[in-house]
Write a protein that binds this ligand. Structure first.
Ligand code: 6PG
Length: 241
């Protein structure tokens, strides 16, 4: 049984408000302690309302650096782009310097994109084993238990010698660039945002199951604090607390 703490919120709106409050708390804590806040953002749909809520927050945006946990193999102005989603939900509405925004720039040669992102990641504090140590990594989770672009049966699941890789995702028939487990595990804080009925079986296995490791999310071995933000639908198959 996993010891990872989790909070269940009635519905997605409440989950987003709680996650936004925590994001602000962690940003202020990190700026107080290290005069900066380096955060790897999640793509997909669940985190979008969190980013929209952050628009109203009084924060020292000049000390906040945004990175991405993964990116699709599309240009920055493509509807599928995780960067574009955050740009529209947050970046365009807050006074964050351009130099503080570090997207994964996916180009025709995806290996070049990975090389460039590895260099960008060198701006982040190092963990004891030499990996980027983000103050916060936000993750969504797919209904197959993938996190970032670490999908079941993918070659990226065993990568432990580099902070970012390109990976071909069979089921999506598309390439992705993703952070690897050593970076997710090194984060001072990890927030998982999971909403919707389709995620309930995986949530039950991870947080209340028999410990069998069936999903990529279960390969996480976080060195920092982990918090799960679930809505009631995603938590609906958890054994009664
Ligand atoms: C992406 C995300 C991905 C996402 C999950 C959950 O690029 O899509 O990084 O890992 O977090 O697929 O997505 P939802 O939040 O939309 O369910």
């Amino acid at each position: 049984k996993s010891q990872q703490p989790y909070q269940i919120y009635l519905e997605p709106g409440e989950l987003a408000r709680a996650a936004a409050r925590r994001w602000v708390e962690l940003a202020r804590e990190s700026i107080r302690a290290r005069n900066s806040f380096h955060v790897a953002l999640a793509g997909g749909s669940t985190p979008k309302p969190v980013y929209q809520l952050l628009q109203q927050e009084e924060l020292e945006w000049d000390k906040i650096h945004l990175y991405w946990g993964d990116e699709r193999d599309v240009p920055a102005d493509h509807p599928e782009s995780n960067y574009l989603m955050v740009k529209e939900a947050l970046i365009d509405h807050v006074p964050i310097p351009n130099d503080n925004v570090h997207p994964i720039r996916v180009e025709a040669d995806i290996e070049k994109s990975v090389e460039e992102y590895r260099r960008v990641l060198e701006r982040v504090h190092r963990s004891p084993d030499g990996f980027p140590c983000f103050d916060l990594v936000m993750l969504g989770m797919g209904d197959d238990g993938h996190i970032a672009s670490l999908f079941p049966d993918s070659s990226a699941l065993t990568v432990a010698n580099t902070p970012a890789v390109s990976v071909y995702v069979e089921k999506l028939n598309s390439w992705r660039v993703t952070l690897t487990y050593p970076v997710l595990n090194a984060a001072r804080n990890l927030m998982l945002l999971v909403s919707g009925e389709s995620k309930a079986p995986v949530v039950a296995q991870v947080l209340g199951g028999d410990g069998d490791e069936r999903y990529p999310v279960q390969k996480l071995a976080p060195q920092g604090r982990v918090e799960w933000y679930l809505d009631q639908a995603a938590a609906s198959q958890l054994p009664e607390a």
